[in-house]
Write a protein that binds this ligand. Structure first.
Ligand code: THU
Length: 161
């Protein structure tokens, strides 16, 4: 039997098409980019999450001289929220970046590890995380749930008791 996976998302030509709340979160992601520690890749990534209590929390990639020890912006942020705001759900996350000091002009797609972590978080709090993906300029993608970008993801339900 042939099956198909597809999902709906929104795309805007520029960030000016975003709702005020989403634009504010994207602007916060731009601020987060500035806190990146990326002396090795020179690829700075920033993420901003809106919590259910209205707070906006920032995270950025933090690299290590021992390269694999470094951590992406999204997981820096998720782990910090999980430990500092364990009672809040994340309603949305905006992600942006500055590659090699240049202006980014298209969205960044989160890496596979971060997709897993985002999915873990959605399942843990039973709430979708809306993703707002954009460079400093150019088109913006609005994805309703992290689950959309990790089809057939591995979840704890298979681990048993
Ligand atoms: N990076 C992120 O922070 N998020 C992603 O989704 C992809 C990659 C970081 C990891 C590393 O510090 C740099 O970007 C280059 O891969």
């Amino acid at each position: 039997m042939q099956k198909k996976f597809e999902f709906e998302y929104e795309e805007f030509d520029t960030k000016e098409g975003l709702a005020i709340e989403d634009l504010a979160l994207l602007n916060a992601a731009y601020d987060a980019v500035e806190t990146a520690f990326a002396p090795y890749s020179k690829f700075k990534v920033g993420a901003a999450a809106r919590l259910s209590n209205g707070q906006i929390i920032l995270g950025s990639n933090q690299e290590s001289a021992s390269y694999p020890v470094g951590i992406c912006a999204e997981r820096t942020l998720l782990n910090s929220i999980g430990s500092q705001y364990p009672k809040e759900t994340i309603t949305a996350m905006a992600i942006s970046y500055i590659p090699h000091g240049a202006e980014s002009d298209h969205p960044l797609s989160p890496c596979g590890m971060c997709r897993q972590s985002l999915l873990d978080y959605e399942l843990r709090y039973k709430a979708p995380i809306k993703l707002i993906l954009a460079g400093k300029t150019g088109k913006v993608m609005l994805i309703p749930s992290a689950n959309n970008i990790l089809p057939f993801g591995f979840t704890g339900s298979i681990l048993g008791k």
